[in-house]
Design a protein around this ligand. Structure first.
Ligand code: FAD
Length: 466
């Protein structure tokens, strides 16, 4: 058996970052992968999702083209072409074993399971190493209700062979809303059954409400505070029985997609055999990403932190460095932009208002409804809503949440403002390009923008400046 300095389990965003980092550090490294290289993000997550969302937007735009003065013929959906494009994009972006081998990384195909703290077996072949990084990702949570086999997950929905004329999502989180918006754009009758009083748990409720209203205008039906009880087969689809505000209800849909979260499953790597301990969504790790077994590190969804590709890459790199050099770098990155690719987009970064006091900060909120902006009216888009959190003592931005057609790009400006610790007045003093979606964001930085409210923590009141 060839000994390696480091074996990485999983070749998704986290595993590829870990293996590449280790190879660049001169280590002998192997990566074991049971499925296609690139993992969730490239094959069943970010990439096909963004491709589908883009195809949906194009379909709606062409349907509505008359508004902009372009009159075409009959618009019809070629679903096969949409799915074929998904496959083409994924194939183009999926890394190859040859790419990795060129960088000095040995690729071992198969399911890796620990048989000993220093050995994994990959489909029966032993692979030994001094150190390991577990980057084995996550799996969709299963609905624990009768008839659950009637529903699919995002894995299947992204490449569905037949277009669903009606589609119901169980769950009101980012994945459900992104895909709900895309299928509504294609003309499917879409319903979202969300458990909580508002969609997007963890996102500011004003921001989440703003998005929900826009999605309702685009034809998505939302039922909030629901509990799905049972799924049953009916001709042409599935009957969904659910409670809504304490009342029994039901609806029928051609497809039902459960999007109720994801978690790492320890059995996928034989974790119990070597005493690896679990946390809430992933393996229990130290701030240095070390698991409960000292020579084994974890990264990405397997480590149970924020389930995002940039986090997985960041953690993969840190896990490799710490595994090979001792615990030298912590993984507590606080400035993580997150984008939800709905129309309009939602983006968040840094601290929410309620999280700031625990860090010894005195937050103040500035917010701005950008509807009616010159750019929004000219482009026929909802220009969105911005909510910024400042530290009153330093007058610096500490968090931002927004709905905007350009949120994925604008949030990066906010992330930079937080990281570089520039005073809000410096950002506010920057002249904005016109007409642009960023104009209203820059205005939200103050010092006294036209429509700004500040919420003081002690009083909990809203002070509006006309
Ligand atoms: C529909 C959807 C859309 C998303 N969109 C976004 C987005 O827009 N932006 C964003 O930042 N994040 C998004 N995410 C989240 C993001 O995709 C994940 O957080 C990220 O891909 C996790 O990377 P990872 O490397 O930890 O895991 P993965 O990419 O899942 O990689 C784990 C790999 O390990 C392999 N593996 C598992 N067990 C074994 C084993 N025993 N032996 C060998 N190999 C094994 C798996 O086959 C897999 O390839 C989305 C997720 C979903 C589901």
């Amino acid at each position: 058996m060839e000994p390696f300095d480091l074996v990485v389990i999983g070749a998704g965003a986290a595993g590829l970052a870990a293996a590449t980092t280790a190879a660049e550090m001169g280590a002998r490294v192997a990566v074991a992968e049971a499925g296609p290289l690139g993992g969730l993000s490239v094959n069943r997550g970010c990439v096909p999702k963004k491709t589908l969302v883009t195809s949906g937007r194009v379909h709606r735009l062409v349907r509505d083209a008359g508004t902009f003065g372009t009159v075409g013929g009959e618009v019809r959906l070629d679903w096969d072409a949409v799915v074929q494009r998904q496959h083409r994009v994924v194939d183009q972006l999926r890394p190859t074993a040859a790419d990795l081998e060129k960088r000095g990384i040995r690729v071992v195909v198969g399911v890796a399971r620990f048989t000993d703290p220093h050995i994994v077996e990959v489909d029966g072949r032993p692979l030994g190493a001094e150190r390991f990084v577990i980057a084995a990702g996550s799996e969709p949570a299963i609905l624990e209700i009768p008839g659950r086999e009637r529903c699919i997950t995002s894995d299947q929905l992204l490449f569905l062979p037949a277009f669903p004329t009606s589609l119901t999502f169980v769950g009101g989180g980012p994945v459900a809303l992104e895909l709900a918006g895309a299928f509504a754009d294609f003309g499917s009758r879409v319903t979202v059954l969300a458990r909580d009083a508002e969609v997007l748990p963890g996102v500011d409720p004003d921001v989440a409400r703003h998005l929900r209203k826009r999605m309702e205008e685009r034809g998505v039906t939302f039922r909030l505070q629901t509990a799905v009880r049972r799924l049953a087969p009916v001709a042409g689809g599935v009957r969904i029985e659910f409670d809504s505000a304490g009342m029994a209800n039901e609806l029928t849909s051609s497809q039902v997609c459960a999007a109720v979260g994801r978690r790492f499953h320890p059995r996928t790597i034989g974790a119990a055999r070597i005493g690896l301990e679990m946390g809430r969504l992933g393996l229990r790790t130290s701030p240095y990403l070390c698991t409960s077994v000292p020579h084994i590190y974890a990264a990405g969804d397997a480590a149970g932190n924020r389930q995002l590709t940039p986090v997985a890459e960041h953690e993969g790199r840190i896990a490799a460095v710490n595994a090979l050099r001792g615990d030298v770098e912590r993984a507590d990155e606080a400035v993580i932009p997150q984008v939800i690719f709905t129309t309009p987009e939602v983006a968040t970064v840094g601290l929410a208002y309620g999280e700031a006091p625990a860090q010894g900060l005195h937050p103040a909120v500035a917010r701005q409804d950008a509807r009616g902006s010159h750019n929004g009216v000219a482009t026929a888009e909802d220009a969105g809503y911005f909510k910024l959190v400042f530290d009153q003592d330093t007058q610096r931005l500490i968090g931002a949440q927004m709905v905007s057609p350009a949120a994925a790009e604008l949030i990066q400006l906010c992330a930079l403002a937080i990281r570089s610790r520039v005073p809000a007045t410096v950002v506010a003093g920057q002249l904005a390009a016109h007409p642009s979606h960023g104009e209203r964001l820059l205005k939200t930085f103050g010092p006294e923008p036209p429509v700004v409210s500040r919420v003081t923590q002690s009083a909990g009141v809203v002070e509006s400046r006309p």
